[in-house]
Design a protein around this ligand. Structure first.
Ligand SMILES: [Zn+2]
Ligand SMILES: [Zn+2]
Ligand SMILES: [Zn+2]
Ligand SMILES: [Zn+2]
Length: 340
C-alpha cells in the first residue's frame, strides 16, 4: 500500500460557488473553413471574415461583407455576431440579414444601414441553409461527421470531440480544452494539488466548522491508469442540514468513466462510512454531480464526531482507492439523479 499523506487546510477557501451549468461556451464561430466548401457553390472571392465576437467593430465588418460574392456559408454567418444563423433569419428593407438574437438587440435599426428594421424574414436564405451539409466544427479535433445545416448545431453540443470545460469549481472559469491541456491549466492556473497513484489518504482540516460553509470546496487531481480523476470535497447545505460531500469525477467521457470504480472511506472511534461508486464524467458539471448526491455524504454531526476532540475543528481523514473494472459494465447504466 503506498498511501501518501496529504494535508489540506481549507480555512481560506471561502470563495463563492458558481453555477457550473452557466459556464459560457465561448466557442468562436469559426466552424466553416472556406476550403471545405468547394463542392458547394463557392463563389468565393477573398474570404472576408469578421472575427470580432464582441460586437464593437461589427458595423465595419458588415459593410465589408457587402462587397460582392461571398460563399454560401458566409452568407449564413450573422454579420453582427458572426454566429451561424438559424430560422427565423431576418433582413432589413435593404436586404441586410441578421440573426434573431441580434435582431432582438438592435432596437429595430439595421446595424448595417441604420434604416428601420421592420419584421421581414429571409425565407430564401433559410431554404438555402436547409440544403447545405457541413462538417462538424470539431473536424480539426478529429470529428468525421457531416451534418445538415440545421442539425449540425445539435450534434456539436454532444460531439465527442468537443472541448471539455475546466472542472474547477468555485470560481468563474471559462477555460475549455482537451484533457492534457486542462490538467496543466488546473496545476498552473488554479494551483490544484496533483497526485500520482490509485490510492490516497487525504486530510481535510477546517478550523471553524460552525460557519456557513456553503462555499467551501476543494479539488485534488489524481493520475493513475494513464487517466486523470478529480476528487472534490465540499461543504454545503442539504435541505436544512449542513453536510460534507466527497466524490470523484473522471477527466474524460462518460463511456470511459464507466471502466473505473472508486471507494471513499471516512471514520474514527469505531465508526466508518464507506462509499463505492463509478466516477462521473467531467462532462457532468460539478454542481450537477453534487446535486444528484452521487458521492460520499457525511452529516456535519458525524463529521465532527469523526474529527474527535472538542468538535471545534473539522479534521476528516478520507481514504480512497480507484480501480479499473475487469469487464465493462452494461451500457445502460443509469446515473442516479435524486435532486429535489
Ligand atoms: Zn447575430
Ligand atoms: Zn440594412
Ligand atoms: Zn462532431
Ligand atoms: Zn479553470
Amino acid at each position: 500500500m503506498d498511501m501518501d499523506n496529504i494535508e489540506c487546510v481549507s480555512t481560506d477557501e471561502m470563495l463563492m460557488m458558481e453555477d457550473d451549468d452557466l459556464i459560457n461556451h465561448h466557442h468562436h464561430s469559426n466552424a466553416f473553413p472556406a476550403n471545405l466548401f468547394n463542392n458547394h457553390q463557392n463563389l468565393s472571392k477573398p474570404h472576408h471574415k469578421n472575427n470580432n465576437n464582441d460586437g464593437s467593430n461589427n458595423i465595419n465588418g458588415a459593410l465589408l461583407g457587402l462587397t460582392p460574392a461571398t460563399s454560401v456559408h458566409e452568407l449564413l454567418e450573422c454579420p453582427v455576431c458572426t454566429n451561424s444563423m438559424y430560422p427565423p433569419i431576418h433582413q432589413c428593407h435593404n436586404g441586410h440579414t441578421l440573426c434573431s438574437t441580434c435582431k432582438a438587440r438592435v432596437q429595430n435599426r439595421c446595424p448595417t444601414c441604420r434604416q428601420e428594421l421592420g419584421d421581414i424574414r429571409c425565407l430564401a436564405l433559410e431554404k438555402v441553409a436547409e440544403s447545405l451539409e457541413l462538417p462538424c466544427k470539431y473536424q480539426l479535433m478529429g470529428c468525421p461527421g457531416i451534418f445538415p445545416y440545421y442539425s449540425k448545431l445539435k450534434h456539436e453540443t454532444v460531439c465527442d470531440f468537443r472541448p471539455y470545460n475546466c472542472p474547477y469549481a468555485g470560481s468563474e472559469c471559462s477555460v475549455t480544452g482537451d484533457i492534457p491541456y486542462l490538467v496543466s491549466h488546473l496545476r498552473d492556473d488554479h494551483k490544484v494539488d496533483m497526485h500520482t497513484g490509485c490510492t490516497f489518504n487525504h486530510r481535510y482540516v477546517k478550523s471553524n466548522p460552525r460557519e456557513v460553509e456553503n462555499a467551501t470546496w476543494m479539488l485534488t487531481v489524481f493520475h493513475c491508469f494513464g487517466q486523470y480523476f478529480c476528487l472534490h470535497f465540499e461543504a454545503f447545505q442539504l435541505g436544512t442540514a449542513p453536510v460534507y460531500m466527497a466524490f470523484l469525477r473522471f477527466m474524460g467521457d462518460e463511456a470511459d468513466a464507466r471502466s473505473y470504480s472508486y471507494s471513499l472511506e471516512v471514520g474514527a472511534n469505531g465508526r466508518k462510512l464507506i462509499w463505492e461508486g463509478t466516477p462521473r464524467s467531467v462532462r457532468d458539471s460539478h454542481r450537477k454531480v453534487r446535486d444528484s448526491h452521487d458521492g460520499l455524504i457525511i452529516q456535519r454531526n458525524m463529521a465532527l464526531f469523526f474529527s474527535g476532540g472538542d468538535r471545534k475543528e473539522l479534521k476528516l481523514r478520507v481514504t480512497g482507492r480507484i480501480w479499473k473494472e475487469q469487464h465493462s459494465p452494461d451500457s445502460g447504466v443509469c446515473i442516479p439523479n435524486v435532486s429535489q
